[in-house]
Write a protein that binds this ligand. Structure first.
Ligand code: FUB
Length: 454
């Protein structure tokens, strides 16, 4: 009974998560550390919250009091496993500071080691609070995690990242202006070597958030760096996990939304590489409330990384029988389509796409119509003027008009359903094009199927 209830709650959580960017839309998330454990992707982000009145370090600063973990088998359907650690559980953490910043997690010998930074109760000689890095241990990637009573000795800093090399040696990376590395002992909770600063990285501008991985004999040290005004993701390549590394370029430019921070991780899953990063999509006016995103990442033949441009569409195929949030578009016309929050007071309600010009269009890629027969299209729409929208499906070879929808004039959001004369099949893109004058707003589109047709 209790187990059923837990599965039901997990199911409800997963319904609130989405395949497009940002991937979690019922809370703020940042600093995603992604790992593949037991064939499933687990993401350990920071959990940003709006600063509670009179709490936290200051009102315009980062505020985090706990961590959640999320997992997915397809990068589309995400399960929120709930809170895995709170600042109140850790004896050495100053829980007035809400400083549970970017974490990481790694598996070794069947145990899961969760590394997290926080401001500790101790102060330096000038009276300043010190960031330390702690460890919490679990038997499963989703916890429950039990924190150690002391932080790791010899480490002062933030943004832990742990990398285990082919020979089983674990390395801890972290940052405090510079990026540091030390070997970890077999127990994963103590340093085996003195911390050393990683050399040959840019001297000017903040560097933080290290993420290290290995591919085809190359060790990649990737990190956010302030080259100009705000952070961008850069990387260096080397042939040893401790360096030396040689700077190799930029993975992602500064945020178009002007989010001051970016923080990322890179994994390979089912033969495709992915970049996990964050933006402030759900909080455009306060960039300390961030949201995690995923886009595909590609390498050149010489091992260098191609720049990743952040998208709304994200990764994966969309299921047409669930509402397709077309505001997470792949491309839109230069004029006539705009994206806004449905309710500017509650960003977690998501966005809508507004059409206002004859021939304005929106394209949403990669909908998997499979072999189901879709007989009906349902659209959540509002129009103060009335108007017409043509719906097309397209692939490399053809573009077919599926339906012309005549939108009646109405004040409120409505669900309109229409029968389809033809059923889309296979993996196709969805294109919406306004026909004639008018103004209408679309929240989502869904296709209803009635069984298989082979
Ligand atoms: O989330 C708090 C801090 O912002 C992280 O520790 C940094 O990497 C930056 O993302």
């Amino acid at each position: 009974m209790k187990k059923n209830l837990i599965y039901y709650l997990i199911f409800l959580y997963s319904l609130k998560s989405f395949s497009q960017n940002p991937i979690i839309r019922n809370q703020f998330t940042a600093d995603p550390s992604a790992h593949v454990f037991n064939g499933r992707v687990y993401v350990y982000p920071s959990h940003d919250i709006p600063v509670p009145e009179g709490k936290g370090l200051r009102k315009d600063w980062f505020c985090m009091e706990d961590y959640h973990v999320f997992s997915s088998h397809n990068l589309i359907d995400w399960v929120d496993h709930g809170v895995i650690l709170t600042q109140y559980q850790v004896p050495w953490v100053d829980s007035t500071t809400f400083s549970f910043w970017a974490p990481d997690c790694i598996e070794k010998n069947g145990k899961y080691f969760f590394y997290f930074p926080a401001l500790s109760l101790e102060k330096d000689s000038t009276g300043r609070k010190l960031f330390r890095i702690g460890v919490a241990i679990a038997d499963k990637p989703e916890g429950p995690f039990t924190p150690l009573s002391e932080p790791i000795k010899g480490v002062v800093g933030i943004d832990p990242c742990v990398f285990i090399d082919k020979d089983g040696q674990a390395y801890l990376y972290w940052s405090l202006g510079n990026i540091y590395v030390a070997k970890l002992k077999e127990n994963m909770t103590e340093l085996a070597t003195e911390p050393q600063i990683i050399a040959n990285l840019p001297e000017k501008g903040l560097k933080e958030g290290p993420w290290v991985f290995h591919r085809n004999g190359i060790y990649y040290l990737t990190f956010p760096h302030v080259e100009n005004q705000i952070e961008r993701l850069e990387y260096a390549m080397g042939n040893n996990p401790m360096g030396p590394f040689k700077m190799a370029g930029v993975i992602m430019d500064e945020s178009p939304m002007k989010c001051w921070t970016n923080h990322h991780s890179i994994i390979e899953y089912n033969n495709q590489w992915y970049l996990f990063y964050h933006q402030n999509a759900l909080s455009p006016h306060f960039d300390k409330n961030r949201s995690i995103c995923i886009d595909s990442l590609f390498f050149n033949a010489d091992g260098t990384i191609q720049k990743v441009v952040p998208t709304n569409r994200g990764v994966g195929l969309s299921d047409p029988s669930k509402p397709i949030q077309i505001d997470r578009y792949s491309a839109i016309s230069a004029k006539g389509v705009q994206i806004h929050f449905i309710d500017s007071l509650n960003p977690f309600e998501g966005w809508k796409a507004s059409f206002s010009l004859n021939q304005a269009w929106l394209r949403y890629n990669n909908v998997d119509f499979a072999n189901l027969k879709h007989q009906k299209i349902t659209i959540r729409i509002r129009s103060l003027t009335g108007g017409k929208v043509d719906i097309y499906i397209a692939n490399n070879k053809t573009t077919k008009k599926l339906k012309r929808i005549k939108v009646p004039k109405m004040r409120d959001w409505v669900l309109l359903s229409y029968k389809l004369a033809m059923s889309p099949s296979g993996i196709s893109d969805l294109i919406l094009k306004q026909s004639g004058e008018g103004f209408f707003e679309i929240d989502w589109i869904r296709f209803d199927s009635v069984g298989h047709h082979y």
